[in-house]
Design a protein. Sequence first.
Length: 133
Amino acid sequence: MTTDPIADYLTRIRNAIKSRHRVVDIPASGLKQEITKILFEKGYVLNYKFDAEAGPQGTIKIALKYHPVSKIPAIKKIERISKPGLRKYTGSSNLPRVMNGLGIAVLSTSKGVMTDKEARAANVGGEVLCYVS
């Protein structure tokens, strides 16, 4: 059992990209499904599927996205920001911008998990989970 399931989730994606895997299986949870949905909506992963039959809590199968010709991955960098030992919270006025707006920051807010741009539009702050670029 890992003490930080979000860090484990991000590390599995990072390792799969470095190994040029096409699909990665990750143990499921509600927060991981929300983050996966955001990555899919923003075009960082090709597709995803929740498999409730596999394992006690189910798994998420994520199809990673690569450029068709050059095989460069869509996710260049994925980094955990708020950790169990040091939580990082931000207000609506101080929301982070990743790569000057080219990347996304995933936040857990009172209105659910959302990107920095969505949080700015909804005028809410929260815990900064990760940066994706």
